[in-house]
Design a protein. Structure first.
Length: 438
């Protein structure tokens, strides 16, 4: 390499799983990365609170380790800060400090962007710095780049998919092996596919974080995280998975955003989708996202949504992009940061959305129960597409399973309240259906 090549210096905050992956990729592919960036790449500092815990495949003695993130942020020779600490604080302060010092930042921190994105993007704009976050959504899949740059000529109409590997792994295993949720969760934790505290994943919050970021880019509108209707998978039962199969569906935890009637609907919940649809085949820890643009039509992105090297791959996509610009003296463009468009779409309230519903009513097997349930649905403008009734002549409550035609969420909620009040009904469960009645 010619001696006059510019050196770009990188500071890494957090040497956890992904941080270690970032270092491994640099160590094993340095020549290729430098050739593609057109500059020398120097890992100038690695800050972590734990300097001694062995990281598999890395020689810590050879790394510029420091326990003090502040030193990295204050070092004027560092051009790019890669934040892989995770969580809200101190990550937020670290990024604000880095941007304040005019440094470019690469992050994989979806929770932080979903909670505080607006403020961070504004600071980056003010400091003429780049804030890049390809690794924050769908791991190794280059989805942010595609939506932000590849689809710039499109009005995006829908973005929906499976963006949480842990939940998808659990639902896939429940579906394939007929096991109950709690059992599969324990297995997933033992196998390392689920965290010791899996709340963010199984309650749908992680999916909501990622969807919030995607909506900002796809629809040029900021939606408050607390306004995203979010349900997890803890209430999905083996029974419902079985009926879904019988009706020709699979149950997946979907993150859904659709532009319609001048607004955008944004929601995360277990969803029944036709067994023949491409998303139904996405199993285990894989992610898949569908995007529809008015010019391009339907696109599907599929790949590993987490994991050391896939996520580190996305971190390097951003880091190299920035390094290349630094090397060639190209300034950061404020236009590249997410912003609300001139015609930002308002959020459509959940009670106004329309979809089909799966309904399971546990009822005493007495004459007239089904007609009462059907009557309540009819009173609320909901028509039935399909009915399965099981286990006649038993003493305990038996399931009555129905699929409805498209209905309004508010009507469905009113109907459920009335159905649950019926003397012969023990309990009812509902799951939203996308892709119409089979």
């Amino acid at each position: 390499m010619s001696s006059e090549m510019k050196e770009v210096r990188i500071g890494l905050l957090g040497l956890g799983t992904v941080g270690a992956g970032v270092v491994k990729i640099l160590e094993s592919r340095r020549a290729m990365l430098e050739e593609r960036a057109g500059c020398r790449l120097t890992l100038a500092a690695v800050a972590d609170t734990d300097l001694t815990r062995p990281r598999e495949g890395l020689d810590l003695a050879k790394l510029p380790m420091t326990p003090d993130a502040g030193r990295v942020l204050a070092d004027p020779s560092i051009h790019i800060v890669v934040e892989l600490v995770g969580g809200l604080e101190p990550a937020r302060s670290f990024i604000m400090k880095a941007l304040g010092a005019g440094k470019h930042v690469v992050t994989a921190n979806k929770a932080l962007l979903a909670h505080h994105g607006g403020e961070l993007y504004d600071e980056a704009r003010r400091r003429r710095a780049t804030l890049a976050f390809e690794a924050a959504v769908a791991g190794g899949i280059p989805l942010i780049q595609a939506v932000k740059e590849g689809l710039v000529a499109n009005r995006i109409q829908t973005v929906f998919g499976i963006v949480n590997g842990t939940s998808n792994y659990i639902l896939s295993k429940m579906t394939d092996e007929g096991l109950d949720f709690s059992m599969v969760l324990k297995e997933a934790q033992a196998a390392g596919y689920a965290e010791a505290d899996p709340t963010l994943d199984i309650e749908g919050m992680d999916s909501a974080h990622k969807l919030q970021i995607l909506v900002t880019l796809a629809f040029r509108t900021f939606i408050d995280l607390k306004d995203i209707h979010t349900e997890g998978i803890t209430r999905v039962t083996q029974q419902d998975i079985g009926y879904a199969r019988e009706l020709g569906y699979r149950i997946k935890l979907l993150a859904i955003a659709k532009a319609a009637d001048g607004g955008v609907e944004v929601r995360v919940h277990p969803t029944m989708i036709p067994a023949g649809s491409p998303l139904a085949a996405v199993s285990g820890v894989f992610n898949a996202v569908f995007v529809t643009g008015d010019a391009v039509g339907d696109l599907m992105f599929y790949g590993r949504g987490a994991g050391q090297l896939p996520t580190a791959s996305a971190v390097w996509a951003d880091t190299l992009d920035i390094a290349r610009r630094i090397a060639h003296g190209i300034p950061a463009l404020a236009l590249e940061l997410p912003s609300a468009g001139p015609t930002a779409l308002p959020l459509t309230p959940m009670e106004r959305i329309r979809c089909c519903y799966y309904l399971r009513v546990m009822a005493q097997d007495r004459p007239g129960v089904l007609s009462k349930v059907a009557g309540i649905l009819g009173d609320n403008n909901i028509s039935i597409a399909n009915v399965i009734q099981k286990g006649r002549g038993t003493r305990e409550a038996v399931p009555v399973v129905m699929l409805t035609h498209e209905a309004r969420e508010r009507d469905m909620r009113q109907a459920l309240t009335a159905i649950d009040r019926l003397p012969d009904v023990a309990a009812s469960t509902t799951i939203r259906v996308e892709g119409g009645p089979a």
